[in-house]
Ligand binder design. Sequence first.
Ligand code: MTE
Ligand code: MO
Length: 372
Amino acid sequence: DPYSDDPVRHPALKVNSQRPFNAEPPPELLTENYITPNPIFFTRNHLPVPNLDPETYRLHVVGPPEGQSLSLSLNDLYQFPKHEITVTLQCAGNRRSEMTRFKEVKGLEWNTGAISTARWAGARLCDVLAKAGHQLCETEAHVCFEGLDSDPTGTAYGASIPLARAMDPEAEVLLAYEMNGQPLPRDHGFPVRVVVPGVVGARHVKWLGKVSVEPEESYSHWQRRDYKGFSPSVDWDTVDFDSAPSIQELPVQSAITEPKDGETVQSGEVTIKGYAWSGGGRAVVRVDVSLDGGLTWQVAELDGEEPRPRKAWAWRLWQLQASVPAGKKELNIVCKAVDDSYNVQPDTVAPIWNLRGVLSNAWHRVHVRVAP
Ligand code: MTE
Ligand code: MO
């Protein structure tokens, strides 16, 4: 069993798949803290977790012909200026189960918890690439990442991002070795992972082994044959993966974490809580909540600090104290977020349904009963 050496996990996690391990925190734990504690941070593994020795670990950075290739130990990475930022990581498949309920899709049944937030610290990718002699070039180029996890044929997990993002100090792409002040846990990429703020989880390559700059995107299955969006009309007979761009920045997202679907709430007042986030550093500027399925709306209170302009890498938690209209036996609670480009979430799944069940960001709906 290639998974026999996987780490021990927190019992509160809701497991979607044991081998490879995929699990999410339950909603009420997800928004209990702004920073997700490491043991309940959602985990998305495609392969067994490698057991890497920090003493012998080396990161291979391929240099350009006029530069130099680097073989960096952890200690070498510590010599670069340490950069620390709060970043929310979301899987492209977050909330996939809502798409499945509409029409069958291929993928893990994530609920609203394939998203979490941490303080990440490490070397900036732009500093490491510059050390190897890389510069921004006029022609299109991509930074390809390879993990040290691999399938039985020896194929490693891989992904890429555009060179322009990697070289932009303002994009703050990290080679992270710390998560919430601790060395990365094994499930989250020990000893080094990529963190690409504002970009889909699939590009945050864990157990990072190799970085190279290429004229084309990564040839990895997960870059080219997965993590792409399609029209609802496309099925497995007609899908052409080359016709769609790889997902990078994610669309605006929000979900209700309290109360839970099917719960009974007290009459009088109800407290509604949730998270909201958008890709590309776009800030969430508003969250609207409805108690009547979207007929009337109230504006939720956004918690925490105002994000930096164009660098809103982390989610906002939000809440609303609302009075339950007298005589109501049930509530259809809905939330939707607006980002600073005035992007909004679609009201239903139907127009965004796709065969892989990615990019699921319709209004989130929770149905509750009111105690008599
Ligand atoms: N990196 C490697 N090497 N192997 C993987 O399976 N999964 C990716 C990404 N990086 C993956 C990986 C996907 S799809 C996601 S959503 C994130 O890691 C999940 O990161 P997490 O497990 O720390 O939450
Ligand atoms: Mo993912």
